[in-house]
Design a protein around this ligand. Structure first.
Ligand code: AMP
Ligand code: TRP
Length: 348
């Protein structure tokens, strides 16, 4: 694979990230991604956030639900603190630069790179991969296009996206080398905080996911206070009390998950949680966690439901975001066509 020829520091700091509207948002999305998207926006950095509907259809999506989930995700972003005036918020399919650059990257990336992606392997495990969509295989090239259509330098994500971001760096470096340019930045992943990997409430060794068949395994951004409290009360744990030191969580994935969730929600470190709650039984820790989760998530859910009353306004915000996104991405992708050697008569 090509060596990076460029550090991102030659490029202006610009943040890009995306979430698939393939289901409702979960506590994992909130703590691993959304909450940090808001922090970056509030630090005054240029931030571009995208609902990646074209990634969502790499597996079957009911069209009516896809539209509903895209609006709901947009409402969730705004309810969580994304300000559409300060960040660019839009859905991917409205900005054609993503699909156009993805095709170029399909021709830069190698089959072998794609075949090594663990998400591809996981999603086709136990099934006939001959039956998976071609889009699912090419997924990471579209993701690289999302990022590089804006020459984004930093991408906040959860732990599970690390490998895809390494591939994005490889694609940028190979493009730069193949064409002898310093055109694309070598983007840095931003994976930080106590909750880069929120685990299932039913199995502390599995990621909390919107696609898990068990609704008990996750907290949804749409869950009401009672549902959140019930799910936390029923979360899988072990019979031991909480330890006072992090070391004591080593072989206790379920306990560790609840401690990490508590820390992320309270903006403290897991060590601080244990300093406060070490020795406590889950019978008392779980209600404290449930109260905390309800106090943080409750206002977001209420605001999201309010915003969902006016879907025309949500569509307007996404439309406006896509105009601003297009204004950045269009000239970048036009330049890519020039670099690659495509004739641009510029009559359109
Ligand atoms: P997805 O729902 O797969 O589109 O993921 C959107 C963003 O949320 C990505 O940055 C993921 O890394 C992050 N994310 C999803 N699930 C989790 C989880 N269980 N823990 C932490 N981050 C997550
Ligand atoms: N693949 C990411 C996920 O499932 C979503 C995504 C698509 C993304 N394009 C992106 C994340 C660009 C960061 C940057 O979580």
């Amino acid at each position: 694979m090509a060596e990076p020829v460029q550090t991102p520091h030659a490029f202006a700091t610009r943040i890009f990230s995306g979430i698939q509207p393939s289901g409702g948002l979960t506590l994992g999305n909130y703590l691993g991604a959304l909450k940090r998207f808001v922090e970056k926006q509030d630090e005054g950095i240029e931030t571009i956030y995208c609902l990646v509907d074209m990634h969502a259809i790499t597996v079957w999506q009911d069209p009516v639900k896809l539209r509903q989930q895209t609006r709901e995700a947009a409402a969730g972003f705004i309810a969580a603190g994304i300000d559409p005036a300060r960040s660019i918020l839009f859905n991917q399919s409205q900005v054609s630069a993503h699909a156009e650059l993805a095709w170029i990257f399909n021709c830069v990336a190698r089959m072998g790179w794609m075949g090594r992606m663990t998400q591809w392997k996981d999603k086709t495990a136990g099934q006939n991969s001959e039956n998976a969509s071609l889009g699912l295989f090419a997924y990471p090239a579209l993701m690289a296009a999302d990022i590089l259509a804006y020459k984004a330098t930093h991408v906040p994500v959860g732990e599970d996206q690390k490998q895809h971001l390494e591939l994005c760096r490889d694609i940028a470096a190979k493009f730069n080398n193949d064409f002898g340019v310093n055109f694309f930045p070598i983007t840095e992943p931003v994976i930080e905080g106590a909750a880069t990997r929120v685990m299932s409430l039913r199995d502390g060794t599995k990621k909390m996911s919107k696609s898990d068949p068990s609704d008990q395994s996750r907290i949804n951004l749409t869950d009401d206070a009672d549902t959140i409290a019930k799910k936390i009360r029923k979360a899988k744990t072990d019979p031991e009390p909480l330890p006072s030191e992090l070391d004591g969580l080593k072989d206790r994935p379920d306990a560790r998950n609840l401690v990490n969730i508590y820390a992320a929600l309270a903006n403290i470190t897991p060590a601080q949680v244990l300093a406060d709650h070490g020795g406590a039984q889950f019978g008392s820790f779980k209600p404290a966690l449930a109260d905390l989760a309800v106090s943080v998530m409750g206002p977001i859910t209420t605001e999201m439901n309010r915003l969902m009353q006016d879907t025309a306004e949500i569509d307007r915000i996404l439309g406006e975001g896509s105009v601003r996104a297009n204004a950045i991405a269009r000239p970048i992708v036009d330049e890519v066509y020039d670099i690659v050697g495509m004739i641009r008569s510029r009559m359109l």
